[in-house]
Design a protein around this ligand. Structure first.
Ligand SMILES: Nc1nc2c(ncn2[C@@H]2O[C@H](COP(=O)(O)OP(=O)(O)OP(=O)(O)O)[C@@H](O)[C@H]2O)c(=O)[nH]1
Ligand SMILES: [Mg+2]
Length: 453
């Protein structure tokens, strides 16, 4: 394998930076610029102090080089990690010196791609590396860590192996079709396929939750104009993100912002106030508000506390229908304008909020994070969590093939037909974990990685 090198830490100024080199000549290339011990002869997993100099002998930096010999490295190849001082000029200098020795600059995700190609991890685990790096919330971190550890792969592998057993039995039966012997009864086969179908279903069911974990729980703030939607968004974000005025119809286009609440990732969406209007920009904004309402996981219906029940009735008329899985909260805004005593008796399990009351804001944060936590909790049955759309696609494909197999068995079709469907399911699951891959699939996956990973 050609030797590749890249900066593995973010570019910019920092205490330290790490440059990674991997490939057949990783040790030779590093040794050519490294002055200290002869790296070509040191044992694996050892760290060495020395200096990096360019071809002319000019000192670039003092560094620590850690040597990992194949196959016990991230990529499975000979690799070196050079820790140098973090700074653009230093890292550029070290990298340039390495590239002079014959290494080439790594492409995005190339280290992990090699780890996959060298059998150090399967495709689900390789993708989990990218997810882990990008994880913002506690749940996303946990889900990607579990995938990296191989929990999801093991689940899929187990289903796939059972199906492979069924397929080989089916094919054996086909070989002996003249003799009329069967190695797997139709009932056994049906049970096997059904079980695999159920196991895939369990994994797929977790994808809804997985999406919430990965992308965040979407919270839409909706209400009539001027009720305080944008003010609430700003208060929760603790910045002046949205324009706030006392003129109804201030917000036109929606504003979406991610926010971590108690370690939980949310996406808050401030929308245009709902009313009938002749203004064509505002009308478009209101159309978007409706679309956002349909998509949101949590809908906050905002109405002014001084309006009481009336405000919420007017709002419900404008937007009566929600999906059963949507959580709808009734918020009473500007609660600083009503008596504290009245806040406990707000109609419809209403939640009092005010941008001027820190305690009320904190209570709202608690409530939202509680709901979010429930939504993101994997179901008891599924210990695993599917968070990746490509994985869900493969699982769906596998499931469809198994359902065709069940139908074929029900219709009394011959083993040949059933075998084709089972094979297709095996293929789909294999695609997910990377047992069968194409360059296109790999390019698609690894191009989304950052360089140096
Ligand atoms: N007293 C009080 N006033 C508030 C509170 N929240 C918002 N306001 C005031 O209400 C007015 C409208 O606030 P916005 O946040 O712009 O309302 P909006 O719902 O986004 O309005 P549109 O974008 O026009 O639909 C502003 O004058 C705010 O200062 C609150 O908690 N207490
Ligand atoms: Mg607004």
């Amino acid at each position: 394998m050609a030797t590749i090198a890249a900066l593995a830490t973010p570019p910019g100024t920092a205490g330290l930076a790490v440059i990674r080199i991997s490939g057949d000549d990783a040790l030779r290339c590093t040794a050519a610029v490294f002055h200290g011990k002869d790296l070509a002869s040191v044992p694996t997993h050892t760290a060495h102090y020395g200096s990096v100099r360019d071809a002319a002998g000019t000192l670039i930096d003092e560094v620590i080089a850690t040597v990992f010999r194949a196959p016990r490295s991230y990529t499975g190849e000979d690799s070196v990690e050079i820790s140098c001082h973090g700074g653009s000029a230093v890292t550029r200098g070290v990298l340039a010196a390495l590239l002079e020795t014959g290494a080439r600059h790594a492409e995005p995700g190339e280290f992990t791609r090699r780890a996959f190609l060298n059998g150090r991890m399967d495709l689900v685990q390789a993708e989990a590396v990218a997810d882990l790096i990008h994880a913002q919330s506690r749940d996303a971190h946990r889900a990607s860590m579990e995938q990296l550890e191989g929990a999801l792969s093991a689940h899929v592998r187990e289903i796939r192996e059972k199906l492979m057993h069924a397929a080989s039995m089916l094919e054996l039966s086909l070989d002996f079709v003249e003799e009329d012997v069967s190695f797997l009864s139709a009932e056994e086969l049906l049970e096997l396929v059904r079980e695999a179908d159920r196991s895939i279903g369990t994994a797929l069911d977790s994808f809804g939750t997985g999406r919430l974990v990965r992308e965040g729980v979407r919270v839409a703030l909706m209400g009539l104009p001027n009720v305080g939607k944008s003010s609430l968004l700003n208060a929760l974000l603790e910045t002046d993100r949205a324009i706030v005025t006392d003129i109804p119809g201030t917000t036109r286009d929606f504003i979406e912002e991610p926010l971590l609440l108690r370690g939980q990732l949310f996406r808050f969406i401030d929308t245009a106030g709902l009313r009938s209007t002749g203004d064509i920009v505002e009308r478009e904004g209101i159309a978007r508000t409706h679309a956002i309402m349909r998509e949101a996981d949590i809908v906050c219906m905002l109405s002014e506390a001084t309006e009481g029940q009336r405000g919420h009735d007017a709002l419900s008329e404008l937007f009566p229908a929600f999906r059963p899985e949507q959580e709808v909260l009734r918020l009473y805004t500007k609660s600083d304008l009503i008596d504290a005593g009245l806040r406990d008796v707000l109609p419809g399990a209403g939640i009092p909020v005010s941008v001027r009351d820190k305690v009320l804001l904190d209570q709202l944060r608690d409530r939202l994070s509680e709901i979010g936590r429930d939504m993101c909790r994997p179901t008891e049955r599924a210990r695993i969590l599917v968070t990746n759309a490509r994985h869900a696609d493969c699982l769906r494909k596998g499931r469809a093939a198994l359902q065709r197999a069940v139908a074929a068995l029900g219709a009394g079709r011959t083993e040949e037909f059933v075998a084709i469907d089972v094979r297709e399911a095996i293929e789909a699951l294999g695609e997910m974990i990377g047992e069968v891959t194409s360059d296109d699939v790999l390019n698609g996956i690894f191009s989304r990685f950052c360089i140096g990973k």
